[in-house]
Design a binder for this molecule. Sequence first.
Ligand SMILES: C[S@@+](CC[C@H](N)C(=O)[O-])C[C@H]1O[C@@H](n2cnc3c(N)ncnc32)[C@H](O)[C@@H]1O
Length: 267
Amino acid sequence: MDFPTENIKEINWDFPGSRTQFLTHKYHSYPARFIPQIPRTIYRMLLKSGTSKVFDPFVGCGTSLVEAILSQISAGGSDLNPLAILISRVKTQPLEMNKLKNYWLDLQKIFNPDLQIYKGHQFSQRDFVFPKRHLSTRFSEDSIYIFSKILDFIENNILELDFQDFFKVGLSSSVTTLTESKKWEKVNIWRTFRPKIDSMIKIMGEFNERINSFSNQMRNDIRIADSRDLHFIPEETIDCIVTSPPYVNALDYNRIHQYNMSILGYD
Ligand SMILES: C[S@@+](CC[C@H](N)C(=O)[O-])C[C@H]1O[C@@H](n2cnc3c(N)ncnc32)[C@H](O)[C@@H]1O
């Protein structure tokens, strides 16, 4: 494939003034992510909607994949970080709105904003599900308990994996918001989680409309893998690799996501 180098020089790759937070790009923050306009522009220059396939071996939170779907291009990606894979899958997976809203109603019936939660509910009596360790340096026991109960509900009451993952991303995004809060000792998890899910559901409706009938069924094409071994990709199946490699000495991805990973049970 010839690369149109002349066009590349004419583009301002900073895309000043462009909106970068829209549709599912808004679901979850992630360090050093792409400006969505970068992969989008590359696709427009090089690929054909409907027939091309791209791959991102450092997929992070899936910016390149979301942009691929919006351009009706098939895509896959991999990353070492399980949280990255979770977020990428959720950001690219259209969900049936009625089901999504019903799961959310079920969850809201059990929890309530005044934290009078987990009274008379059907949860098993299992205790804290997380090893508390570093979590307890950031969150009170009560908070950890509430996180654990929300996760408990998600894993035991939402049987479809794509829907489970959707709520897990909302929970993880709330963890990020709360750990960044200056008044973190007094956090109210439910009051962070509830508007987050409300907003994600609204965005999902918009996303479904935007991608129309183009659905790539990407779940199996987004996987945990070390980019040094991509043997699972069959020969001659990828037209273009679009990626932004890790800032190895500048960002400690594990540390940045340590609370999210613990709360989702990934450590
Ligand atoms: C700069 S970020 C990519 C951000 C992405 N473009 C986005 O928009 O979210 C680099 C990613 O490389 C991943 N990574 C680091 N070393 C890796 C390896 N050996 N194999 C696969 N992924 C790796 C990190 O987990 C991180 O998600």
